[in-house]
Design a protein around this ligand. Structure first.
Ligand code: ADP
Length: 628
């Protein structure tokens, strides 16, 4: 008996320390934690009662009915403990969290049966216990067998439920449940064997302690909750990306028709007043396309899906394309534009040309948008050290400027500044994307601005040098940025495959300028049939088509059509990052995104049909530009 008291005292100290630690910690207040608090409280009272009962028996003190009453309360509490234990373990074996009993009952009305059943047993035990004659304190007898039976019954269901339980429960919880139920079983059996000493009170203390470290630990719960939130956030993000990707695809397809057809009409003979309207339609279409692309870009960058596609490229070409684009958009304004190059630009650099272009285009087009008079200067400094070229691009405008108070918001997405003073369109995404792309490339962006005087944006990036030979701008021939001459393609046969009739029409109109012999078909199957009977010089194949998509069609053509060696270009509205690489891997020889860009189409046609590209020098060097 003495040892029995010491064991219970030790247990009391443990449970006391545990309670302090537990109540001091920040925790979620879900139903299971509320029950655990009760378990802690009841364990403490059971231990106190167990100690006093054992003490009274040890000293042979019988004060009236006191031992009988104490032991009765002891067993009633023990019964409640078993009930709560089973309930607690059950709540832990699912990954659903309930705020309180009400929400649980709402979702699982069957739990009322469990409550009613427990209450009935409780009432039965209570009545039995009241009739019981207690002469001396025992912790196991025939009448009390029912209390333990409840415990054993609970252990059985818990084990059963664990075997067939929820798969979403973390492994440490499963072990926690399993171990605490087995401990409970062992303790009940020991108590059965040694009815005179209180083993059960120390036993439930041990289980409560054990549950703290396995099931109830607030820190582990936080980690679980964070993991669950992380998974949910990732899923939501994936759903958002998928949605945006398919939306962008859906939007790009009709945009192809709007931009493509308006462009072909503009290039033809149209009355002047109509030309103006069509030009507006074309411009609005281009802006809409830019918005779609921006949204797609920010989504990809934020999802961490943007990667660098480093390849050798010519920076002179990039600068040339940029300067051409800026000049084109400034034709109807009095703004002066100049390009100044300081230092030597190597012939070939290694980097992601598309992203370099996008970054510079964003800040240049902002300068165009936010400058009404004066000038825009595009200054490029190239400093070569070893095989590295440190490039500093400055875009200096005399535009509306940025207020000091707005400086911090500039690179935030969807932030558009000084809205009350401008009616300029935009999404507020350009600079956010630019900053993220530069972070990815290890580059930097900064700016200086005087409100209503002008702004200077500075971008610094470092690129590896592939070909050290410097570009001689005096004789530099830039790549085409506009198609000014359509070669005669009357001897070439082109097969166009797209399930969308309007898309076919747009592509046909663009190709007709070359006098090709064009065949248009609406499905992969038709494409296969046509290629079996006739040899084409080039095939433009849409990706997303019902029944047999472009990738399957190409696969079939290569494997099943004998002697098939026609170059196949994928025609797609899929502008997702990495899709280009995917198409090359699938065996396409090039990639043409919708809306079709005439210059890009011209490049592909010349490359695939081996037509000499008569390059033009459109890199116009102004008087104040210096090429070293
Ligand atoms: P958008 O131009 O589509 O609104 P950006 O992210 O490119 O989005 O730019 C964010 C905001 O920064 C713009 O709305 C504009 O207020 C301001 N801004 C950017 N560039 C300039 C500039 N060169 N001069 C004045 N304000 C600018």
């Amino acid at each position: 008996m003495n040892g029995d008291i010491s064991l219970q005292l030790m247990s009391l100290i443990y449970i006391f320390i545990l309670s302090i630690v537990y109540f001091l910690k920040r925790k979620y207040n879900f139903l299971e934690s509320k029950i655990y608090k009760f378990l802690l409280a009841i364990t403490t009272i059971i231990l106190l009662l167990g100690i006093s009962c054992s003490y009274l028996t040890l000293r042979n003190i019988y004060v009236g009915n006191l031992p009988a009453i104490s032991i009765k309360i002891y067993f009633i509490l023990l019964f409640i403990w078993f009930f709560l234990f089973i309930f607690y373990v059950f709540l832990n074996r699912t990954d659903v969290k309930y705020e309180n009993i009400k929400t649980l009952a709402k979702l699982h009305p069957s739990c009322y049966i469990w409550f009613a059943f427990s209450f009935l047993i409780f009432a039965f035990v209570f009545i039995l216990d009241t009739w019981m004659e207690i002469n001396h304190v025992v912790f196991f007898n025939n009448e009390l067998f029912l209390v333990y039976a409840v415990g054993i019954f609970g252990v059985m269901i818990v084990l059963f439920s664990l075997v067939f339980g929820n798969k979403g429960v973390p492994i440490y919880k499963k072990w926690g449940i399993l171990a605490s139920t087995i401990i409970l079983l062992v303790i009940i059996l020991l108590q059965f064997k040694y009815a005179d000493i209180s083993i059960i009170s120390s036993g439930i203390c041990l289980i409560t302690l054990f549950q703290y470290f396995t099931l109830e630990n607030p820190d582990l719960k936080y980690i679980d909750e964070l993991n669950a939130l992380k998974i949910k956030a990732e899923e939501a993000n994936q759903a958002k990306t998928n949605f945006l990707a398919s939306m962008s695809h859906e939007i790009r397809t009709p945009m192809n028709v709007i931009i493509g057809l308006s462009e072909t009409i503009l290039n033809g003979d149209v009355p002047k007043d109509m030309k103006e309207d069509i030009k507006n339609i074309n411009e609005a279409g281009t802006i809409l396309l830019e918005i779609v692309n921006n949204i797609l870009d920010i989504t990809k960058v934020e999802a961490g899906k943007t990667t660098l596609n480093n390849n050798p490229y010519s920076l002179a070409d990039t600068i040339s394309k940029l300067s051409h684009m800026v000049k084109m958009s400034l034709t109807e304004t009095p703004i002066k534009f100049s390009v100044e190059i300081n230092g030597n630009i190597p012939n070939t650099l290694m980097g992601d040309e598309v992203k370099v272009y996008q970054i510079l285009m964003n800040i240049l087009s902002n300068a165009v948008k936010y400058t009404k008079k004066g000038s825009i200067r595009f200054v490029i400094d190239s400093v070569i050290t070893g095989n590295k070229d440190t490039l500093t691009f400055k875009v200096i405008d005399t535009g509306i400027g940025i207020k000091k108070a707005d400086n911090a918001k500039l690179f935030e997405k969807f932030e558009r500044l000084d809205q009350e003073n401008t009616d300029i369109q935009g999404t507020g995404l350009g600079l956010a994307i630019t900053k993220k792309l530069l972070d990815l490339m290890g580059g930097k962006i900064s700016f200086e601005s005087v409100y209503q005087k002008g702004t200077t944006f500075t971008v610094v990036i470092e690129q590896e040098i592939v070909d050290k030979e410097k570009v001689d701008f005096a004789t530099y021939k830039a790549k085409k940025v506009a198609v000014d001459e359509y070669f005669d393609g009357s001897k070439y046969k082109i097969l166009l495959v797209d399930d969308n009739l309007l898309n076919l029409k747009v592509a046909e109109k663009m190709l007709k300028k070359y006098n090709f012999e064009i065949t248009s078909v609406k499905s992969g199957l038709e494409c296969i049939n046509y290629t079996k009977n006739r040899k084409y010089d080039l095939i433009f194949l849409d990706h997303m088509m019902p029944e047999m998509d472009g990738i399957h069609t190409l696969y079939y053509l290569k494997k099943r059509v004998s002697g098939f060696d026609t170059p196949v270009v994928v025609l797609t509205a899929n502008a997702i990052e990495g899709s280009k690489e995917m198409y090359f891997r699938e065996g396409f020889c090039d990639y043409l995104s919708k809306p079709i860009d005439q210059v890009e189409l011209d490049r592909i046609l010349r490359e695939q049909l081996h037509i000499d590209d008569n390059e033009t020098n459109n890199f116009i060097v102004n008087e104040n530009e210096k090429a070293q």
